[in-house]
Ligand binder design. Structure first.
Ligand SMILES: C[S@@+](CC[C@H](N)C(=O)[O-])C[C@H]1O[C@@H](n2cnc3c(N)ncnc32)[C@H](O)[C@@H]1O
Length: 247
């Protein structure tokens, strides 16, 4: 099995401490997937989350990891005079700087929510980027997302569930002409990727999960949207973002 597959909160705790890993490997990515791309990824996030473009906001990042992305978010929050709440393991958070506008809350979310209960209903934007696939393996994902939504303020609070690998989207892509061509280039072999429909993909997020997240929070009175990633992002063909906005 690929060493970056089936990673859970506990796997990340161990990887954060492993001095042999690069900052990208510590968060579960081969260097080739993230090195040189994180500025584009960050710009894509900022273009989709309104509160990241405003001043004096309360921003939370659940699962910030320790590559360049959280540093870009820290710089942005400093420029915007925003408060930044960071929720991840102590091992991961120890790689990020301590600053006066940052609150670090070590622990697995939502177990750690008691420590931030004063922020419930007050947060302008919660960022959860490239985390849902790991939550999906660890716990009931709706308990996680319900708790993240509970942090949002009324009147426009945003939950951004970004970089969700959707196995059905992946299958659609690798059944297409462009996907087959990309596979051939990647493997250097003249072969068609194996794509199996009508199968249960255990432990993987699929269209059913993505669409049920959209519907669950619409039923709860929020707006919810599935958004494409910028075409130039490394995994745009297989991943997508969800934005939930509280009325
Ligand atoms: C793939 S990394 C993504 C890091 C960062 N958001 C990025 O995209 O660069 C997943 C991160 O989520 C954290 N994580 C996973 N489950 C979590 C949970 N339930 N609560 C808090 N953090 C969690 C991991 O420790 C890890 O830092």
């Amino acid at each position: 099995m690929n060493k970056f597959e089936n990673l859970t909160y506990e796997s990340f705790r161990a990887m954060a401490k492993d001095g042999r890993l690069s900052c990208y490997e510590k968060i579960g990515f081969p260097d080739s997937y993230r090195k040189g791309s994180e500025k584009n990824i960050f710009d894509d996030i900022v273009s989709k989350v309104h509160a990241l473009r405003g001043k004096g906001k309360v921003i939370a990042d659940i699962g910030p990891g320790c590559s360049e992305l959280p540093h870009m978010l820290i710089d942005l929050c400093e420029r915007n005079q925003s408060t930044l709440i960071l929720c991840d393991s102590d091992e991961m958070l120890s790689h990020l700087p301590d600053r006066h506008f940052i609150e670090k809350h070590p622990g697995k979310f939502p177990d750690s929510i008691a420590a931030i209960d004063r922020h419930i209903g007050k947060v302008d934007a919660v960022i959860v980027y490239s985390v849902m696939q790991h939550v999906f393996l660890d716990m009931n994902p709706f308990i996680f997302t319900d708790s993240a939504v509970s942090l949002l303020r009324d009147g426009g609070g945003e939950l951004f569930l970004g970089d969700i690998p959707n196995i059905t989207k992946r299958k659609r892509f690798f059944s297409s002409k462009a996907g087959i061509e990309m596979h051939k280039q990647f493997t250097g072999r003249d072969e068609t990727p194996v794509v199996r429909f009508m199968e249960l993909d255990e432990g993987k997020i699929d269209d059913a999960i993505v669409l049920s997240i959209l519907q669950r929070y619409r039923n709860a009175g929020c707006e919810s949207y599935v958004m494409p990633q910028g075409r130039h992002l490394p995994l745009a063909t297989r991943r997508e973002d969800i934005l939930i906005v509280k009325h």
